[in-house]
Ligand binder design. Sequence first.
Ligand code: ATP
Ligand code: MG
Length: 636
Amino acid sequence: MSETRPGGAPELPLEERILEGLDPEQREVATTLRGPVCVLAGAGTGKTRAITHRIAYGIATGVYTPQKVLALTFTARAANEMRNRLRGLGASGVQTRTFHAAALRQLQYFWPQAVGGPLPGLVEHKARLITEAAQNMRLSTDRAAVRDLAAEIEWAKVSMLTPDTYPARAAGRDMPLGYDVRTVQRLYQSYEELKTDRHLIDFEDVLLLTVAVLEEDERVAATVREQYRHFVVDEYQDVSPLQQRLLDRWLGGRDDVCVVGDASQTIYSFTGATSRHLLEFPRRHENARVIELVRDYRSTPQVVETANRLLAARRPAPGSTPGSWATPLRLVAQRPDGPRPSWNEYPDDEAEAAGTAARIRDLLDDGVRAAEIAVLFRTNGQSQAFEAALAEAGIGFQLRGTERFFNRPEVKQAVVQLRTAARAAGAAEDTPRLVRDILSSLGYSDRAPRSTGAVRERWESLASLVSLADRMAEDAAARGEEFGLPALAAELERRVAQQDAPVLEGVTLASLHSAKGLEWDAVFLVGLSEGLMPIGFAETADEVDEERRLLYVGITRAREHLVLSWTLSRTPGGRPNRRPSRFLEALRAPEEAAAGGRRRAVRGGPAPRSGPARGGTSRPGAGGARAGQPRAPGRS
Ligand code: ATP
Ligand code: MG
């Protein structure tokens, strides 16, 4: 029983406070600290919340040692998010990483003893080596072909196929450029040889080599298993066979593993990921505790209904892989009503970007924070138009999120300069001004540059350091304390050590793929036309299904405002040969769909100031405009 001091609030012990604010099922997840646990649940039902609370609860009750917990996820953004949530629960020191980052760290550490010499260099992009391999084979390739070949090699590697075992499994797959399997096999072989000759390893090798070291070196395996006792995997629906193998090696037969996922959010099948591991988890682990969550805490009923409709409209097409999509869970909204989603048709991409910037301005004027707004697109190539429109409208944005913030060159330079200046300075009268002066030599100015790309990104990084200084100065003033550069330098040192990036105050521009697991108050889903959503190269039933799931992920990122838009033509004055996405029809509320093509104002949210050309008037229909298709999947 907790003690109550006279006149004071009852002091709950930490572990009780951690469990507060969880519903009964989430509590079950959080308190089942041992043995295999599997959480199957839809978007926004609190999976990530349940596992972060579970880790915090394990630590608070002394069952877990923070350093022995390895929390895995799939994007650097998501890892960052989880780390922040854990810190908020008082659970620091837990390793929160992507599979890739965790493997790379281990490989760097163990390589000298397990293999000898320094770890080979990392291939950032396969394109150069693939082009070279193709030239050696006298194959003519263009950029698109090289990209498709890289994707095929990646698929082979995460499926753990070598050039020798590849052909048997590749039979029946669509080959890039219509090459035969033999040719792709030889190219794969040649790529691998070039890599070895140059003493390089690629992204997939990092995982493959970690698996190999763990399988072949008992001492390394024992050390790693001693280090990590408890495993948690978020977004488990997107685990690849290679990542699964690595997880199995880390576990080494133990079963303290908790996986959470949503089969309806599998969006990396094209890289070999499969929800099979999630769905089969209970069978693989007979003693697994399986917990389902259905309450959606993230989004308004309007957003949840839209998401439910998208999944409900899905019909297994002839030729789709059986069981590739488990029966979708129907989400049950918990939040109060919000605005209806808004539908916007624009004549061209430029108008869409300008209209989106105008609506974002309205939201900002209504008090929505920039960091709580995201524009999500299918391919990274779509970003540029929105960058330009936001810059034009004087609205700050961030492209890369906060991952590896402290590794950015401009941030490294800034930290060095601030540290040097701090050594010379005492408490200053106007530290924020001093910070601005110091950072101006690196490209900071009080006004955001109107440019896009690298210049803008550099400015955004420096601006976030400036606002960190501003916040610290305010806090110090509120406490009646002085604030000087040494305090800022100390804070930066702590943040560098913990990779604790300052919040970037700007609208997020991101691909749908990199947005999973995240949430914003307002989400703009742009470019919802055939050829972009679904992407033009999605042809088979399975591929179109994956596009639908991707859109589902996009819709379920929104807490309150959901804005959907599409364009009729790519360029101003261009031929209006684009059709709205085939997925849109099913998304509209029945009463809206019945209103059909009648002209209506955009509903919900503020009236657009310089709104869409034909706001909400068009009737989305199926169609197949295939012109101007971007080909690159928006992979983060
Ligand atoms: P996704 O599938 O998109 O990854 P998720 O299942 O991981 O979603 P979370 O991100 O954990 O969902 O939770 C969604 C939102 O709902 C978060 O803002 C979270 O804090 C909130 N939330 C979750 N559970 C509760 C609860 N029991 N009470 C109040 N808020 C909650
Ligand atoms: Mg999540």
